[in-house]
Design a protein around this ligand. Structure first.
Ligand code: UDP
Length: 361
């Protein structure tokens, strides 16, 4: 069995790391499985790409398609053109895509048009919000896949409702959480921790990068102002995503408690999260990691494709209305945030389960 693995953007790298390690283990046990890793180049900054390969011990990609930048359509088209050439030059038994980024969708379309079997990891999750580019990527990918690896019973149900037969759905857990368990003993204190004199459980971590929150200057200014003025006498550390940085520096926001840093490596970022009082975010993956680490998470979105982070975990959706920030922070500082538990099969062994199943395909 030969598999081509696709990775293009930051959350993808975190998801493929445990898969590659499980594939390497199977190879060491002389199982009949080989792989080729293709990086589409969607994220290309050192601190959005290379750093994760180094830190998470991911081997150098076998091919880099160099498709960074551009609009949604330009990037989709560039990845499709480049990946079609790549797949024609290096045919495979199965293309494996993870998550919901542009690369996930673009490579799925190419794979199926070249009659190659396709599998999707983190399949079936839905926000039902078509203003999110990721939701379109998920829907297209799940229309095309031959079989599906899922993180939750809700995802299974979404796939069943879309007419996918039971034998094509494999409920295996969460590869992003495999990475968390595999690395939690290696987290690294970022330099900013001592520089900013942070104290455990006495600071907030903030990340924002969804177009709905960061693409309009007034919206972003309002959100950030509400956060900085309602966080009670403690620092807010804001590792800023390149998309947000492009607009943020022109907003003229200066608050004594707001500390902007470059995007952090995985080991540093999760050290910061683990020791924080809470996280304020609009990320998807971070709501899963905070759930597993038991850190309160305030999500500035109206919906989530990961409902178990709210129904089981520590996450709460407060929407994108800045007026909702003050009451949420009040609950947090009153010590009334929910405790949360860990969703089924988020146990650090998902990638091994996936490789076991792939070996039978
Ligand atoms: N992350 C990181 N450094 C940062 C911010 C996030 O390593 O400065 C990691 C985080 O731990 C998680 C992933 O990036 O594993 C989430 O990526 P992102 O929020 O970009 O994507 P989403 O999950 O929203 O698709």
């Amino acid at each position: 069995m030969h598999i081509t693995l696709i990775a293009g953007a930051r959350p993808n790298f975190i998801k493929i790391a445990p898969l590659i390690h499980a594939l390497q283990k199977a190879q060491a046990e002389r199982k009949n499985i080989r792989y080729r890793l293709v990086h589409t180049g969607q994220h290309y900054d050192k601190n959005m790409s290379d750093m994760f390969f180094d830190e998470l011990n991911i081997p150098m990609p076998d091919a880099n398609l160099g498709c960074g930048g551009g609009t949604q359509a330009e990037q989709t088209a560039a990845i499709m053109i480049a990946f079609e050439k790549e797949l024609m030059a290096h045919p495979t038994d199965l293309v494996l895509v993870v998550g919901d980024v542009t690369s996930t969708m673009a490579c799925s379309i190419v794979a199926k048009k070249l009659n190659t079997r396709l599998t999707h990891i983190e399949a079936g999750i839905r926000s039902w919000d078509l203003t999110m580019p990721e939701e379109i990527n998920r829907m297209v990918t799940d229309c095309l896949a031959d079989f599906y690896f899922t993180t939750s019973e809700v995802a299974n149900e979404n796939l069943r409702n879309a007419g996918v037969s039971e034998d094509r759905i494999h409920f295996v857990g969460n590869v992003m959480i495999d990475t968390l368990y595999a690395n939690k003993h290696r987290f690294i204190k970022p330099e900013a921790f001592d520089e900013l004199k942070l104290q455990e459980k006495r600071y907030i971590v903030m990340t924002l990068h969804r177009p709905a929150n960061v693409d309009e200057a007034d919206k972003l200014r309002n959100l950030v102002n509400q956060i900085t003025s309602n966080v009670e006498n403690e620092p807010i550390v804001f590792p800023i995503h390149p998309r947000t940085a492009r607009i943020f520096h022109d907003l003229g926001i200066h608050a004594d408690n707001l500390h902007i840093v470059d995007p952090l490596g995985y080991l540093e970022f999760n050290y910061l999260v683990k020791h924080a009082r809470a996280v304020v975010t609009d990320s998807g993956g971070i709501t899963e990691e905070t759930t597993v680490m038991g850190v309160p998470c305030i999500t500035l979105r109206d919906n989530t494709e990961r409902p178990e982070t709210c129904t089981i975990g520590t996450n709460e959706l407060i929407g994108t209305n800045p007026d909702n920030i003050a009451p949420a922070l009040k609950t947090l500082y009153a010590g009334k945030w929910k405790e949360g538990a860990i969703p089924p099969l988020w146990d650090g062994h998902t990638a091994e389960r996936i490789v076991e199943i792939l070996l039978q395909k």
